[in-house]
Design a protein around this ligand. Sequence first.
Ligand SMILES: C[S@@+](CC[C@H](N)C(=O)[O-])C[C@H]1O[C@@H](n2cnc3c(N)ncnc32)[C@H](O)[C@@H]1O
Length: 328
Amino acid sequence: MKITNNFIYRNSPSFTSYNKLNPKTNLSVSTSFYHDFPALQKAVDIIEKNFPNGTDILIYAGSNGEEAISVDSMLKYPEKYNISSIDPFKEAIDYANRAYYGVHALDDDGFLINTMGKTLTPEQLWLRSNFYKNVEKIPKPKQNLNNMQDEIFNINFPGLEIQSYYKLKPEVKQRIKFVRGDIRNINSFPVQTENGKVGAVFFRNALYHLTKNDLTGILKYGDKPNMNINKTEILKNLAKDINNKLDIGGIFVMGNHTQEHFYIADKYTPIENTVLFDAKRNIRLMTFPPHIKAFLELGNFEQVFEEAIRDFSGQTSLTLPIIWKKIK
Ligand SMILES: C[S@@+](CC[C@H](N)C(=O)[O-])C[C@H]1O[C@@H](n2cnc3c(N)ncnc32)[C@H](O)[C@@H]1O
């Protein structure tokens, strides 16, 4: 099967609200409000059920904070929970701490302003009412919002509001910590629970940042995938660290981007564990996703939520785990 970059790109979720590449890694830092809403909803339901009196929620790969703000808005009693939005990219954290956001009518989360007059689904209407619990509308701020540097974001149509601007309400800004940090240091991240354990770790659409799993080849670094990175080892260590930090009943939430689930074989992958995938780039693919193997090998996690992930052809969708619960 021949793969084109276009193919994968078309079938990847689009992140547009905050649309950025980290210039150092050439990897995407992009996100949007309520990105992959079904997974967020399931995660919130489990957290509320298993930790009704509150817990710490660590949102790694938090980018500019839109994911943490979304989760906070979906909790019935957000004041009971300590949410941290953690990301190594300084610019995204600075942006989060400034707490100004723009939502563009044509973006993924454009339904929040819906100036194009589309009929909204019941879920979108519900999310929209939650969103307005956390933000207040403001005039266009003087500060540049990173997601509106492109010409397209500044186009104005008379009488049509194409982009709206928001400020995080002070009580929400106080509730959520926006800090720089790396998931590889999760065990030293300070938390407020008595036993030092947390109810949830989010790390969505970022496993490929750790493993440099350049499946799409659309980014600059993708010209020559690095075969010397031992992806299995990295993911085993990550699973172990997450296991140490999570309380029983706690969850690990990952993303549904294709690159999170299909891995380029590296030089450590036995030849019998690969399938031919992209002859042009001379890339082989691992037959079994190493993060799934890592969590299964720990023996104390169960898969509690799955989603359909597109395979490389974009034609078949496979059901793969998105939320893992620590059961013992
Ligand atoms: C594509 S964005 C995903 C944002 C958001 N989680 C989502 O799914 O919409 C990936 C994010 O992971 C962050 N990241 C990369 N390496 C990380 C690490 N070692 N620890 C924590 N976050 C990391 C990046 O800076 C970036 O903001």
